[in-house]
Design a binder for this molecule. Structure first.
Ligand SMILES: [Zn+2]
Length: 405
């Protein structure tokens, strides 16, 4: 495949120019915006800039996602140790309703921005094709980057571990309290005839054996607070590689336009702050982009691999990406002798594809996880030009096939 190698080299060169820290709201963010406009102009494409307000609120919210459940569980257990049984039950019920509810609210990517500490950022896009096409094809990649204190695997482990152990803790307590120990506790309570006392050692040890478990759960639930947002990632695989692929596809389709479709090349901002750019984009362009005749290809985290990958499901609660398009990608990849993998393990994880899916657009998400994203190690050397070239070739073919449909 001589084409793929050439495509890959050019995509890599486009991508390499964007490998610098560019957290939304920092000077790097603005440098990236200028560079995107310049790159579009260099390809004889008119860049359009949509400004929108962004804030760090949703990131902060996600750090607090497990905190209420941790407080109620540990508080409930302390009440239990103090033989304040009603308060203990109340606290565990609060953990279940309020704590779990808040956790799910945060995981569901709430659409909510604070009033304070807003900054302006933008989506930048360009279009190739007729003004009134039969269908619209969107290629989407976010251009912002971020770093975090914890590597992604640890963050996932903490969130999954914290929420699963919290649920187990609530189950153990309520199960034991309501069914197993019910009569014992009644007896103890009436004999002590107090609402709240510190029991002597004999009684204490009876209740004490779960102490380390509940303390441990609470600590895990508090750990995300230590995971601070930073601007130390050059964001090569997340998401300069995808930008390089889109610029190379822009170059290809600029000289060989589509027949029935208009191609949108969309670089979104503030994805790392909660998919804010994609949401703003959908709102701004709802009138032009009818879900019935619009197809969306989101690219995130690609170019560090030896295969073509995609996500079959996104967000919480999960939404499936478009099955038919995924099948098309698979067929094209296999025809080109490339391994293809659909990764279903993505509950709670969302990309810019998510808001499009939620609005009913037929959407796929290409890319795969790696161990460097959101860290200082996500540097240009992690990008594999050959893999970028494979993506260019597969997506080029996909778009051509969609155009002929
Ligand atoms: Zn990303």
């Amino acid at each position: 495949m001589p084409d793929a190698a050439e495509f890959g080299q050019r995509a890599f060169q486009f991508a390499a120019r964007f490998c610098f820290p560019r957290l939304s709201g920092t000077p790097g963010d603005r440098d990236a915006q200028e560079l995107i406009k310049k790159t579009f102009s260099g390809l004889d494409l008119a860049p359009v800039e949509d400004k929108f307000p962004a804030s760090y609120l949703m990131i902060s919210l996600s750090r607090f996602a497990l905190v209420p459940i941790g407080i109620f569980i540990f508080g409930g257990y302390c009440f239990y140790l103090m033989l304040a049984f009603k308060l203990a039950v109340f606290s565990f019920l609060m953990a279940l309703l309020l704590g779990l509810g808040f956790m799910i609210y945060c995981q569901g990517v709430p659409h909510f921005l604070g009033r304070r500490k807003k900054h302006w950022t933008s989506n930048i896009f360009s279009r190739i094709g007729s003004e009134s096409p039969e269908q619209e094809i969107l290629l989407v990649a976010h251009y912002d980057s971020k770093s975090q204190t914890f590597p992604a695997w640890l963050r996932v482990l903490i969130y999954y571990g914290g929420s699963i152990l919290s649920l187990i803790g609530i189950g153990i307590f309520l199960g034991q309290f309501l069914y197993i120990n019910n009569f014992d506790l009644e007896e103890i309570r009436s004999s002590l005839n107090v609402v709240c006392i510190i029991p002597d050692y004999e009684q204490w040890s009876y209740y004490y054996h779960w102490f380390w478990f509940f303390l441990g759960v609470a600590i895990i639930d508090f750990l995300p607070l230590l995971n601070r947002l930073g601007n130390r990632s050059a964001g090569a695989t997340d998401n300069a590689g995808a930008m390089g692929v889109i610029f190379e596809l822009a170059r290809i389709f600029q000289s060989d336009p589509l027949k029935k479709s208009r191609l949108w090349l969309v670089m979104t901002g503030a994805e790392e702050l909660g998919l804010l750019g994609a949401r703003a984009f959908i709102e701004n362009h709802a009138a032009e982009l009818d879900p019935i005749r619009t197809m969306v290809i989101n690219l995130d985290l690609l170019g560090s691999d030896f295969r073509i990958s995609g996500l079959s499901r996104l967000g919480f609660p999960g939404i499936k990406t478009d099955r038919a398009f995924n099948q098309m990608v698979k067929a094209i990849a296999e025809k080109n002798g490339l391994p293809f993998r659909l990764d279903p393990f993505s509950i709670g994880f969302a990309t810019d594809a998510y808001p499009f899916l939620k609005k009913g657009y037929r959407t796929i998400d290409l890319g795969s996880f790696n161990r460097w994203f959101h860290t200082e190690a996500d540097t240009v050397d992690k990008l594999n030009p050959a893999n970028l070239g494979d993506y260019v070739q597969v997506i080029q073919r996909l778009i051509q096939d969609l155009d002929q449909k």
